[in-house]
Design a protein around this ligand. Structure first.
Ligand code: BT5
Length: 257
């Protein structure tokens, strides 16, 4: 099922051991197999296309050739709540990389795990991990899909790609070359200094900060004002009665959609 072809990949910092597959089911699945087989952190699975690309809770991730599909194996210290901060790290690294390639664009972060440009989704991030007996995680797979050449029209939400935004020279290869060092940078900052610097950086590009959003938590849905991200990565919203509420898992929307 695979063709390992390093020529398809750019030079990456020493931390990464990259494997390229022309076509694959899901880069996350292959990275998880490697994790279970004991592969070290830094293993990176990159695919030209995915036949079964996934989002969260089993949603589909459109994965035709021309975009970046990758999964990075990590073995981070910390409990499950802490390692979930890696989705903010990935969003931050990606928006840095996009700005490096296209300084005129304005990537924005949407809690918890999206990067948007002009309100349209250009990337999705999927974390999967295995718990370690006694706490912590045994491994964590950071999956990232980034629309470079095209984006789905039928995703049920607004989407975009670098080519659509006029960055026509970008390729999955050039994007990965910019992204990998930024991932390494933020992994280092996060491991040395914790979440605080990452939280500050993420908030600077947060979409809808101090504006109204619609929040869905389980079966519940309500309108609130997005006020902050707390020190764990929880979304802090202000309810119409002025009280604050902390949200650990859920989704946000603009009030009108
Ligand atoms: C995500 O899920 O946004 C995480 C997507 C992670 C994809 C990467 S690709 C490499 C690795 N291998 C995998 O199998 N997955 C990861 P979620 O927040 O659940 O959003 C999914 C929703 O995004 C879908 O229901 C669509 O509305 C929309 N969508 C699907 N494909 C898209 C695309 N290519 N671009 C933008 N939006 C898309």
């Amino acid at each position: 099922m695979s063709t390992h072809s390093p020529a398809q990949l750019p030079d990456l910092p020493a931390f990464f051991t990259a494997h390229y597959y022309e076509t694959i089911t899901s880069t996350n699945d292959v990275a998880k197999d490697k994790a279970r087989a004991g592969a070290p952190a830094g293993n990176l699975i990159v695919a030209g296309e995915q036949r079964a690309g996934r989002g969260r809770t089993g949603r589909e991730w459109t994965s035709k050739p021309g975009n970046l599909y990758m999964s990075l194996l990590l073995r981070p210290p910390g409990h499950a709540g802490e390692v979930a901060q890696i989705s903010f790290l990935a969003a931050q690294a990606l928006s840095d990389a996009i700005l490096q390639i296209a300084p005129n664009l304005e990537p924005q972060h949407k809690w918890p795990n999206d990067v948007l440009i002009g309100g349209a989704k250009i990337s999705g991030i999927l974390l999967e991990s295995a718990a370690r007996a006694g706490g912590g995680v045994e491994w964590l797979v950071l999956g990232m899909g980034v629309n470079v050449a095209h984006h789905p029209q039928d995703a049920g939400q607004s989407t975009t790609s670098l080519h659509t935004l006029g960055i026509r020279k970008s390729t999955p290869h050039s994007l990965l070359a910019a992204l990998a060092p930024r991932l390494l940078h933020w992994l280092d900052v996060w491991q040395q200094q914790g979440f605080a610097p990452l939280r500050m950086a993420w908030l600077q590009r947060a979409q809808k900060l101090n504006e109204q959003i619609r929040v869905r938590v389980g079966g519940e849905e309500f309108v609130a004002t997005f006020r902050d991200l707390d020190g764990n990565g929880n979304l802090i919203v202000e309810l119409p009665d002025g009280s604050m509420r902390s949200i650990a898992a859920g989704e946000i929307f603009l009030p009108h959609n």
